[in-house]
Design a protein around this ligand. Structure first.
Ligand SMILES: *Cc1c(COP(=O)(O)O)cnc(C)c1O
Length: 461
């Protein structure tokens, strides 16, 4: 399988180069040059890792030997605490929760990152290379990246977080990881300061090449690829792979829901895809009006969806434009320069045949959590509640199973859950007690030279 850029002007690459490259040289995102059909004869009762290997194999093809891919996939999902890896829970009335939070950091990002960290390490070792991964976190994504990269021989990982501005649980999930290649830096500043430092490091050409800086961010194709799998397993379980299923997805960067769209392009029967937003509703406004417009980010109780721009939407634009990279480049250039861009109504109508959307404000999100708790005794996290609340409103056909993606474990957001339901979710016993483990991190000023010197020292020594 070869990969092309959504902007049509970057080199065509194979799977492993796309894996290590991330963003394409023309500023676009890599997508497969064609969508492979789902393999025939998928067994709904097969182990998750078996289905995952079969679904992903056409994207990888001979870039990795078949037995290597299946070994890496098995290893990636072995640490999940449920034998189904992504169990479905019946909520009644045709609503289902697809629990994507059984990995080491209790959020759906583990499903992609546990695989991508291992793929990175395998490929780097095969090439005899090493990289330094640098990232900033406002609390939630840092731990998933750390868990994905810990103890990988060819990777050193540095995560910057704003000192005193992430929750205790979030900090401890990062700083209690006792691996030599994991480095946490608490920056005396805000999340934006952390992000600016990371950008500045990538912009420092000498530092960047000396340390071989890299990232595992949400635009990486391999992350989308890994996420296609659980749409397929849910479709197989509830529709046998032949009857349609609907999905509702709490959406931020559009990476998760794009994977659902891709599963549909590969032949999984999907009758409806619901884009669920919190107060940061750039996507809902886009699917409603056809205009995508940047606004300031407002903090919410579902912080992993507090985004200004959904980077993976560009992959959808590529399909909407009939895979015309020049047209996508034009659209994105206008958006970057004007802060707004509109698509014509006939193209929007094409998308709306499959997509619906909706937003939930903070009170609505809390009442969904409270309703579910009252009706079923179950605690759900605020992101999951946004998806479920919008699904209840937007469902088209009550005879089609509605799968709501549960993207985080409630214990990750204990304050919001307790405030809404009166019950405090318990930290899962299969995870280490965060409060007992010693923390490891350094606190540094908001100073590029000092942070770079620290990283150099750690990598050198
Ligand atoms: C990252 C995240 C999301 C948003 O996913 P995207 O792929 O960015 O759309 C939703 N919920 C949780 C819990 C997340 O961590």
């Amino acid at each position: 399988m070869k990969y092309v850029s959504t902007r049509g002007a970057a080199p065509v690459l194979g799977f492993t180069d796309v894996l290590l490259t991330g963003l394409a040289a023309d500023g676009g995102l890599y997508v497969p040059e064609r969508w492979p059909a789902l393999p025939g004869g998928l067994d709904p009762r097969a182990a998750y890792a078996v289905t995952a290997t079969e679904v992903m194999r056409p994207f990888v093809e001979d870039s990795l030997p078949a037995e290597v891919l299946s070994r890496i996939v098995e290893d990636a999902y072995r640490g999940f605490d449920d034998p189904a890896v992504v169990p479905l829970r019946d909520l009644g009335g045709g609503f289902w929760l697809l629990e994507l939070f059984h990995g080491p950091t209790l959020a759906f990002k583990d499903l992609a990152l546990q695989l991508v960290g291992r793929l990175f390490d395998h490929e780097l070792r095969a090439r005899g290379e090493r990289v330094t991964i640098v990232g900033a976190t406002s609390g939630d994504t840092g731990s998933a990246a750390i868990e994905a990269c810990r103890d990988r021989e060819s990777i050193e990982i540095f995560i910057l977080h704003p000192a005193g501005r992430v929750s205790d649980v979030q900090r401890r999930q990062m700083t209690t990881v006792a691996s030599r290649n994991v480095h946490n830096i608490a920056v005396e500043g805000t999340f934006d300061d952390c992000q600016d430092l990371v950008k500045a490091m990538f912009g420092d050409e000498a530092f960047r090449s000396e340390l071989r800086l890299s990232a595992v961010n949400s635009i990486n194709w391999a992350r989308v690829m890994a996420q296609i799998v659980y749409y397929v397993t849910a479709g197989l379980s509830l529709g046998g792979g032949t009857s349609p299923v609907a999905f509702s997805v709490p959406t931020g960067n559009f990476g998760n829901i794009f994977a659902g769209y891709a599963a549909g392009l590969m032949g999984l029967p999907i009758s409806q895809l619901i884009v669920a937003s919190n107060r940061n509703d750039i996507l809902t406004r886009f699917f409603t009006t056809g205009t995508m417009e940047i606004r300031a980010v407002q903090p919410t109780i579902s912080p992993s969806m507090d985004i200004q721009v959904s980077s993976n939407l560009e992959r959808l634009f590529f399909e909407m434009e009939g895979r015309n990279g020049a047209a996508v480049a034009e659209l994105m250039t206008e958006f970057r320069s004007q802060g707004t861009v509109s698509v014509p109504v006939e193209k929007l109508d094409g998308l709306r045949a499959l997509f619906d959307c909706g937003r939930l404000d903070e009170d609505e999100t809390r009442s969904v959590m409270a309703d579910v708790h009252r009706e079923t005794g179950l605690l759900i996290d605020p992101h999951t509640a946004v998806g479920l609340g919008v699904a209840r409103r937007q469902r088209r056909d009550p005879s089609v199973p509605m799968v709501c993606l549960a993207t985080a474990h409630p214990a990750k957001f204990p304050e919001a859950v307790e405030q809404a339901t009166g019950s405090r979710p318990e930290w899962p016993p299969w995870l280490a007690d965060l409060n007992e483990a010693p923390e490891r991190f350094v606190t540094m000023p908001r100073d590029l030279a000092a942070v770079e010197a620290h990283i150099r020292r750690c990598v050198g020594g």
